[in-house]
Write a protein that binds this ligand. Structure first.
Ligand code: MG
Length: 272
C-alpha cells in the first residue's frame, strides 16, 4: 500500500494512494491498525508521510561515493543524526541557510526506511519484519558546516531546517520485499546527477537494522537514511551546489519522485 499524509478542507489525514491516482482516507494509526474508509479525498497539500521520532543517518554506505569523497569503505556503518525539525514536505522548498550561512549546500538521494515496531537487538534475519515501509529521502548537506565548524561531527551541516525532505508516499513492505534491489536517482533541474542501485550498499538494510538496534532501542517512527550513491555535487569538477531557483528530485523505483524547489532563507530583522 502507498500511504500519504495530506491536508484537505477538513484537516490532516492519512490516505491510500491508488494506482489510478485516487486517494481514499485511512482511519487509524500509522503504526497500528489502519482501515481504508473508501471515502475519496481531494488532496490540497501533500505532507511528509510521517513526523519521524528520530532520524538516523548512515554515511559512506556506497563504495563509489566513499571513493569520490576520498574515503575508505568503513568497517562499521557510519552513524549521524538529523534533527526531526529538518523534515520537509514534498513540493516545499529546501531553504539555503543565511543566518549560519552556507554556500555549499548539496543534494543526496537516499532510501529512507521507516521502522514500524520497536527494535532492540534485532538480528539480521528478522530485521525487515520490523520495517513498516520505505520512502524517498534527500540528505541535504551544507558541506562547509559538515567539514568545518561542526567540531568534527557532521550533524551541524546536515540538520538545518528543511534539510530532510521525505516522501511522497510511504510504500509498505509488501510492495518492496527487497529494499536492496531498487534504482535510485537525483535530478537537478531535470539533469540526472546520481543514478545507481540500492543493491550497491556496503551495509544492506537488514545489516543496518541489526547494527543500529544492537544494545540500542529504535522506536516506531524512527527513520533511517541509508546513505547516498556517487554523483554528489561536491565531488564534481567543478563542484555543483544548490542555488535559489533550482529544483531537486529524488526518484526511487517502486516509491516515486520527491521534488523540492530551492530558495534562500529570508533573514528577518537584519539591516545593512
Ligand atoms: Mg547522506
Amino acid at each position: 500500500m502507498k500511504i500519504i499524509r495530506f491536508l484537505d478542507a477538513h484537516g490532516e489525514h492519512l490516505g491510500r494512494q491508488h494506482d489510478d491516482g485516487r486517494v481514499t482516507i485511512l482511519e487509524g494509526d500509522l503504526f497500528g491498525p489502519l482501515r481504508d474508509t473508501g471515502h475519496e479525498a481531494t488532496v490540497e497539500k501533500l505532507l511528509a508521510p510521517l513526523e519521524p521520532r528520530d532520524i538516523l543517518c548512515i554515511g559512506l554506505n556506497y563504495r563509489k561515493h566513499a571513493e569520490e569523497g576520498g574515503r575508505d569503505a568503513p568497517d562499521t556503518p557510519v552513524l549521524f543524526l538529523k534533527n526531526s525539525g529538518a523534515v520537509q514536505n514534498p513540493g516545499d522548498p529546501i531553504v539555503l541557510p543565511r543566518v549560519l550561512a552556507s554556500d555549499s549546500v548539496d543534494y543526496e538521494c537516499e532510501l529512507a526506511v521507516v521502522i514500524g515496531r520497536t527494535c532492540h537487538n534485532v538480528k539480521r534475519a528478522e530485521a525487515l519484519s520490523h520495517v513498516l515501509g520505505y520512502t524517498c529521502g534527500n540528505d541535504v548537506s551544507a558541506r562547509d558546516w559538515q567539514r568545518n565548524g561542526g567540531g568534527g561531527q557532521w550533524c551541524r551541516g546536515k540538520t538545518f531546517a528543511t534539510f530532510c525532505p521525505l516522501g511522497p508516499a510511504l510504500v509498505t513492505t509488501d510492495e518492496i520485499p527487497d529494499p536492496n534491489a531498487l534504482t535510485i536517482r537525483t535530478l537537478l533541474n531535470g539533469e540526472v546527477m546520481q543514478d545507481w542501485t540500492t543493491s550497491d550498499m556496503i551495509f544492506d538494510v537488514p545489516t543496518l537494522i541489526e547494527f543500529l538496534s544492537a544494545s540500542t532501542v529504535l522506536r516506531p517512527g524512527t527513520v533511517i537514511l541509508t546513505g547516498t550513491p556517487h554523483g554528489v555535487g561536491f565531488a564534481r569538477t567543478p563542484p555543483v551546489f544548490l542555488t535559489a531557483g533550482d529544483s531537486v528530485t529524488v526518484e526511487i523505483e517502486k516509491i516515486g519522485s520527491l521534488t523540492n524547489p530551492v530558495i534562500e532563507e529570508v533573514v528577518v530583522g537584519r539591516s545593512g
